[in-house]
Design a protein around this ligand. Structure first.
Ligand code: P6P
Length: 336
């Protein structure tokens, strides 16, 4: 007689347990996270067979079943919109894949109190070379009147107002990590039951780290303080235990996830050509800044907390420095 392991909570059980701690909560956030988990499972299936698409028919063509094969990031975007539109917790979405917000504007969705911003498949250029990629999401409580369609003002909010944020990493295993103000928790997909199971409770970003992540190819385009810090990372230094190890996968979800677990600093600085950097504030920088701060780390644009930045538009970019608090201190000393 096999004993059922009741120790491992599924994502649904965990979010409902959290809900029970707040009797006044409506359960909308639990439903929202379950919906995102469902989209993630569907995206995971396609990501895992991406290499096979050439056999089954390349993207943009018709596959052997006669279905049009969509680009994976378009597919991922459609999955996120699909589950959120048909759920009961989301009034509308903003996506890296779409120029404007999508207002769901139906009776039930207009009653929802949340909006979601996301990058459906970040690092999708890495798919062709089988490097881990991810989905990143950010949840805000709407500021517009519940009962009416959501508006752009619901999305253009400072990151400090996020209710939750998280990501899914499609790697050697598929993990969903999300943060609320109560903590950061990681769930690993168990394919045998098709459920995300709590595998990394109460994740904390180590205060000290030995890993720095940056694209060295842009070194001579970085400002002096950044170059000074990168050089310091390469030097033996009694106080920091250097030289550090350089790890850069070129997939933000993978690089930040590793540094969250092991300790480290991830940098995507501005350059002389692109002072605002490459990463998007609303659905790359803000979610990770929220997650890292709840986990005890820090995240800035080089001068201020990412979460304090007042956004101007949906797709604006920001320089991004984030990770272990001691390494962020070292960086700031160099940039001062
Ligand atoms: P670079 C992937 O395209 C991405 O948006 C992030 O996931 C990643 O951290 C960054 O760009 C890598 O950019 O310029 O170093 O190749």
């Amino acid at each position: 007689m096999t004993t059922v392991n009741r120790q491992v909570l599924t994502l649904d059980e965990f979010t409902i347990q959290q809900l029970r701690n707040f009797p006044k909560a409506t359960g909308q956030l639990s439903n929202l996270l379950r919906d995102i988990g469902l989209a993630a499972k569907r995206i995971n299936v396609e990501v895992n067979k991406a290499g096979l698409v050439d056999i089954l028919g390349s993207y943009g063509s018709v596959n052997v079943q006669g279905e049009e094969v969509k680009k994976l990031d378009v597919f991922a975007n459609n999955q996120m919109i699909g589950v959120l539109r048909h759920g009961i917790s989301c009034a509308g979405v903003g996506s890296e894949e779409m120029d404007d917000i999508v207002v769901f504007d139906d009776e039930v969705s207009n009653q929802s109190k949340y909006v979601v911003l996301y990058d459906p498949l970040d690092g999708s250029s890495n798919i062709d070379v089988n490097v881990s990629i991810g989905t990143i999401f950010s949840v805000f409580r709407r500021v517009s009147e519940v009962g009416k369609p959501c508006t752009m003002a619901d999305f253009i909010q400072k990151g400090i107002y996020q209710v939750a944020a998280g990501y899914i990493i499609y790697g050697s295993s598929t993990m969903l990590v999300y943060a609320t103000r109560r903590g950061v928790n990681g769930f690993t997909l168990d394919p045998s039951i098709g459920e995300f199971c709590l595998s990394h409770p109460s994740m904390k970003c180590p205060e000290f780290g030995q890993i720095y992540s940056v694209n060295h190819g842009n070194y001579f385009q970085y400002e002096e303080g950044v170059r000074k810090y990168i050089t310091a990372c390469q030097q033996k230094n009694a106080s920091n235990g250097g030289p550090y190890t350089q790890r850069y996968i070129g997939s933000m979800v993978s690089d930040v996830h590793r540094n969250l677990i092991k300790g480290g600093i991830f940098m995507y600085p501005g350059t002389t050509g692109k002072p605002e950097g490459k990463l998007r504030l609303m659905y790359e920088c803000n979610p990770f800044a929220f997650i890292l701060e709840v986990a005890g780390g820090r995240a800035t644009d080089g001068t201020q907390r990412i979460l304090e930045i007042q956004p101007g538009s949906l797709h604006e970019r920001s320089p991004f420095f984030a990770g272990s608090s001691s390494m962020m201190d070292e960086l700031e000393d160099c940039m001062a």
